[in-house]
Design a binder for this molecule. Structure first.
Ligand code: HEM
Length: 400
């Protein structure tokens, strides 16, 4: 009904980035959604975001995003064409089941230990310096090193693996330059070919390893060789890009609220609360992107069919209707389980949530054990309202 339709406010992306939490809070009070001047709609409130994550009128974007970026073939394009994240219905379910079953059989405790080993290694490398830059010297490398162990990357192949993961991931950040896209394509090709070789050899080399289990589950779910490969590459992207900013936020927020850092140092059981509150306060993934295949009506504010929709975790996780005093970082808030929205929802809900939480827990726990005197030199700024979020440099120091 036309007289029922209410005007949706249009917001410039630059204005949003200038004060993301403030802008979202202002609109959230009066509107369930905003439109972005460059195209697309952003859903703001927790209850709507959670509900719409499972709404079949919103579908994964398949190859729409690479097409928009002028990409129609190649190793990066294949990630969208053959990966689970952008797939729908049975294709998605089949691709996801293969990885999900292999992750379920991999011991989480095993992975925790990979993270702890990687964290110790990174701290040992800088311990004598008395200070480090958290993003480049810790948060960016930690998940790559832990995943490399899970995927049996050998020590001599590790520097190439690390370089290629970083170069490939640059494609998924806002506004990559043409040079960055070309480098990401080359890196994705090299990574895919190295992984294909490892998958070929894996049974003979290490029966019982994660990759050999995955090879079996990929066969059971009839994944083609390219599909089989792409779920692992998506796992690498998901497992590294989601973690970088999340790790920096949890450490920086605790250090910026010194009494909470000291509580975690003296009560390690609080580590899980710190992870949940950090994911709520500033999630590393801004939200999930979908396309509306039918019109969506949110109390008279309409998303027309055919448009992109961002279900914003950044906004929802500070929704005053759900979280009291939402702009305060508080380990003791009663509703911490609701931070689960940071892992998405519905059919695409993070397939490795337990692994993500474990990495954030151990990445923090090792720091509190090894460097309880850690201090923040200045707070980082977190940006990005669409998918992967970025953090500025964050220097920390300690006494030794
Ligand atoms: C703090 C850590 C993490 C966060 C916040 C996070 C967040 C998310 C979110 C929001 C989604 C849903 C995306 C969508 O619906 O469009 C997702 C999906 C996914 N995540 Fe994670 N993730 C984390 C850790 C990980 C890890 C450690 C891995 C792999 C080892 C991983 C692999 C994936 C994959 C493969 C998907 C696609 C699932 C599907 O499409 O069915 N994530 N993640």
């Amino acid at each position: 009904m036309l007289d029922h339709v209410r005007p949706v406010p249009v917001v410039e992306a630059a204005d949003l980035e200038a004060d993301m939490h403030g802008t979202f809070a202002t609109y959230r009070a009066t509107h369930p959604l905003i439109a972005l001047a460059g195209g697309g709609y952003v859903v703001l409130r927790y209850a709507d975001v959670e509900r719409l994550m499972s709404d079949p009128r919103l579908q994964a974007t398949e190859t729409a995003l690479p097409h928009q970026a002028g990409l129609t073939k190649g190793a990066l394009f294949d990630l969208f064409e053959y990966g689970m994240l952008t797939a729908n219905r049975e294709t998605h379910a089949r691709r996801r089941a293969a990885l999900s079953r292999a992750l379920a059989r991999e011991s989480l405790e095993h992975f925790r230990q990979h993270v702890r080993d990687a964290a110790s290694l990174l701290i040992d490398a800088r311990i004598a310096d008395g200070r480090l830059e958290l993003v480049s010297a810790y948060a960016r490398q930690l998940p790559i090193l832990a995943l490399a162990r899970l995927l049996d990357v050998t020590d001599d192949a590790l520097p190439t693996f690390e370089r290629d993961v970083l170069a490939m991931n640059a494609f998924f950040r806002p506004g990559p330059t043409p040079d960055a896209v070309a480098a990401a394509e080359e890196a994705a090709l090299r990574l895919q070919s190295a992984l294909a070789d490892r998958l070929d050899q894996v049974d003979a080399e290490r029966p019982g390893s994660f990759l050999s289990t995955y090879k079996t589950t990929a066969g059971e779910h009839q994944l083609s060789p390219l599909e089989g490969l792409m779920q692992i590459v998506q796992m690498i992207i998901g497992g590294t890009e989601s973690m970088r900013t999340a790790l920096v936020v949890e450490i920086a927020q605790l250090l910026g609220n010194r009494n909470q850092w000291e509580s975690v140092c003296s009560h390690p059981t609080l580590v899980a609360n710190a992870v949940a509150e950090a994911l709520r306060f500033d999630p590393g993934i801004a939200g999930v992107v979908r396309v509306a295949v039918e019109e969506i009506d949110l109390g008279g504010w309409i998303v027309p069919a055919g448009h992109m929709v961002l279900l914003s975790a950044v906004s929802a996780l500070r929704d005053e209707r759900v979280f009291a005093d939402p702009h305060r970082f508080d380990l003791s808030r009663p509703s911490l389980n609701l931070a689960r929205l940071a892992f998405g929802g519905g059919a695409h809900r993070c397939v490795a949530e337990a692994f993500g939480r474990a990495a954030l827990e151990e990445g923090l726990a090792v720091l509190t054990e090894r460097l309880p005197t850690l201090r923040l030199e200045h707070s980082p700024t977190v940006t990005g309202h669409v998918f992967v979020r970025e953090t500025s440099e964050c220097w920390v120091r300690w006494q030794h």
